[in-house]
Design a protein. Sequence first.
Length: 51
Amino acid sequence: MKKIIPVEDGDFYFSKEGYRVFTEKYHLKRGYCCESGCRHCPYGFDITKGG
């Protein structure tokens, strides 16, 4: 089971379209890559290359 990480100030912002965008800070706090092509992925995942 994955650990639930509480969302704090600075962990995300809203895009102009209204979507929640997680920051690099949040991804590092979470501790792993979800391989969803996140905009601020600090783990180097590239969805177009599959890794």
